[in-house]
Ligand binder design. Sequence first.
Ligand SMILES: CCCCCCCCCCCCCC(=O)SCCNC(=O)CCNC(=O)[C@H](O)C(C)(C)COP(=O)(O)OP(=O)(O)OC[C@H]1O[C@@H](n2cnc3c(N)ncnc32)[C@H](O)[C@@H]1OP(=O)(O)O
Ligand SMILES: Cc1cc2nc3c(=O)[nH]c(=O)nc-3n(C[C@H](O)[C@H](O)[C@H](O)COP(=O)(O)OP(=O)(O)OC[C@H]3O[C@@H](n4cnc5c(N)ncnc54)[C@H](O)[C@@H]3O)c2cc1C
Length: 667
Amino acid sequence: MNKINQDLQRERNNCSFNVQELTTLIDGGLEKTKERKYRESVFLSKKDGIFDGVPEEYLSHKERYENNIRKSVYLFGLVRKMQGEGKTSITNYRDLIGGLLGSSVLRDGSSLGLHYIMFMPAILNQGNEEQQAKWLPRAWNCSIVGSFAQTELGHGTFIRGLETTATYDASTREFVLHSPTLTSYKWWPGGLGHTANYCIVVAQLYTKGVCHGIHSFIVQVRDEETHMPLPGIKVGEIGAKLGLNAVNNGFLGFDSVRIPRSHMLMKHAQVLEDGTYVKSRNSKLNYGAMVFVRVVIVFDMVNYLSKAVTIAVRFSAVRRQSQLKAGQPECQILDYVTQQHKLFIGIAACHALRITADKLWNTFNDINDELVGGNLERLPELHALACCLKAVTTADAAAYVERCRLACGGHGYMMSSNLPLTYGQVTAACTYEGENTVLLLQTARFLVKTYQQKDTKKLTPTVAYLKTAAANGFCDTWSNTVEGVINGFQLVALRKISHCVECMTKRVNSGMSFEDAWNMTSVQLVAAAEAHCRVIVISTFFEEIRELAKTASAELKEILYQLVDLYSVYWALEKLSDLLLYTPITHKDVEQMRLWYEETLTKIRPNAVGLVDAFDIRDDILQSTLGSYDGRVYERLMEEAMKSPLNAEPVNETFHKYLKPFMQGKL
Ligand SMILES: CCCCCCCCCCCCCC(=O)SCCNC(=O)CCNC(=O)[C@H](O)C(C)(C)COP(=O)(O)OP(=O)(O)OC[C@H]1O[C@@H](n2cnc3c(N)ncnc32)[C@H](O)[C@@H]1OP(=O)(O)O
Ligand SMILES: Cc1cc2nc3c(=O)[nH]c(=O)nc-3n(C[C@H](O)[C@H](O)[C@H](O)COP(=O)(O)OP(=O)(O)OC[C@H]3O[C@@H](n4cnc5c(N)ncnc54)[C@H](O)[C@@H]3O)c2cc1C
């Protein structure tokens, strides 16, 4: 074990609470901590298998893919072994695939990820029993590898506009898949380029000359033995991207490719042998896999963010720069309140978002059970909730990760800090699985409908506040407390929604179509959906911490409440203009709120390192020169620099070839 940096050690000595107690709370109990550590030890035991001598960033695009396949096969081989031993519950599985592998070990993603995250969930969600029995065992043990091909060159968001066709031919009992235009080529599916041999294809279903909208089909794209593309299939990789460069996102076109009738996923809608179409109970049931992934993404973002704040906080404790007071030694940059402002919200957000994600996960499972039983009543609520939480979590995580990077100054710009790659992973999530603005507009649609029905219908739990906040006397004086902030945000969300409805009504009454009125009002609608989401996150965080605090030690309880305070007051200050517009907050309240914020930062400061230590992220998962447990920042930066292939020789050949002749005026 390396010697621990003295500043870091002092921070740890001064921490006021038991770090292990918080780790256990984060994991959800001692048993869970043990399970996590067991998973990590299994996956990280054979280091030679997954860590590189030369850092991945020095490899070519092709080498990077090949290296990732090598590592993925090793890691997913371990997953398969665990499945065999029955050591993977659905939650374990989520933490394993998304958390440990997705956001931790495989820093640049994996081209096998989609197989687990979308291919199998889509079959589970949309395949009937027979289809599940046929495909899932092969998929589980990876004897086939799948992708999820929905997005096309021309359409990602508007899936009703997809152009790929699947036309039923009753004479052969087959579907004919075809890409009629360039824009109908599938574009983006993870692992589709050179890894997957099967994929779920989303296409417009035609039978008996009628289009029935988009449906999902299992399509073999490559030969199982030779891996060559099958006849009529044009498949390849889409090229280099901002991040996730190992994911092997692909393109795919069909030239009248025939697949058996049984390859249409038929849990919800069916095509009978004679071509008769049997409708689903609700066409949106086909979108179930997307809802599942949106929920998983929220957890994933918390993992990325926990890594980023761990790196930036430890670095800020080690880094000394400038003097706070003349004549004194240079101070730890963590002592600057501006630095605390950059970083502590990220720590608080990890807790707030993880707790909200847990709740969303439970809601997803409850509502899914109801769906299986034929009750579709809460599907719109689940969709609205998953949309806004996915959008707000990914956007916040991307902003906080970038703040962490900036908070590390120049060193944060180094690939070896792992902050650039982390940002690349997180910002992608703002777009994939539903572009964030579009998702917030989906939530807004639900909120507007709910608002219009609030006096005639019983409201579901997540929107019940739209009624209570509308009552006379609600929040008629401001209170600088967490409850006060929650009430304030409820009022903001309610008033924003009601204002949107008023604006749209006026516009429609003055002759505008509803669609144009919606579009004209959409900036406000997005803001209303975000405000609703803030209500959900802050109130869930507060309520759950109140519960958790009941069994926590006094020291931990104190720090948990500080985090809730910080999260609430930070967001209240961020959204001050809304509060000033829609609540009775006064100038004086705002001044006091600023003091409250600054005092909370000061209270958290001595425990900052303890708080990130409690995330308990191993060095070999952090993979950062700046964030390791021992704080050997400068030594590691130098050690990593020495791994640059350019440093393998003292003089590069280009000196003699180009530079010298150029310097001597000969070129
Ligand atoms: C090791 C590796 C680990 C990897 C870790 C993880 C990495 C993850 C990797 C991930 C890689 C990324 C992988 C990928 O990226 S896969 C591709 C993902 N693509 C998308 O997410 C596309 C986004 N677009 C859509 O979802 C839909 O088209 C939207 C929603 C925009 C509109 O749709 P549409 O135009 O059809 O509908 P409408 O607007 O007419 O609305 C009609 C009604 O339907 C309701 N409605 C709509 N949707 C749903 C729903 N879902 N459940 C229940 N209800 C729903 C809606 O509220 C409305 O209700 P009402 O108002 O009429 O009552
Ligand atoms: C890293 C990555 C991995 C991906 N993996 C997969 C995969 O495995 N499988 C797959 O099928 N797809 C995948 N995708 C595709 C992804 O799901 C789409 O990119 C995403 O749904 C957004 O669609 P789009 O690209 O068409 O954006 P667009 O919809 O064209 O968005 C462009 C702009 O238009 C705006 N806009 C569009 N529609 C509206 C509207 N109705 N109202 C207001 N504004 C609107 C958006 O807000 C945005 O600002 C992946 C994408 C990325 C980046």
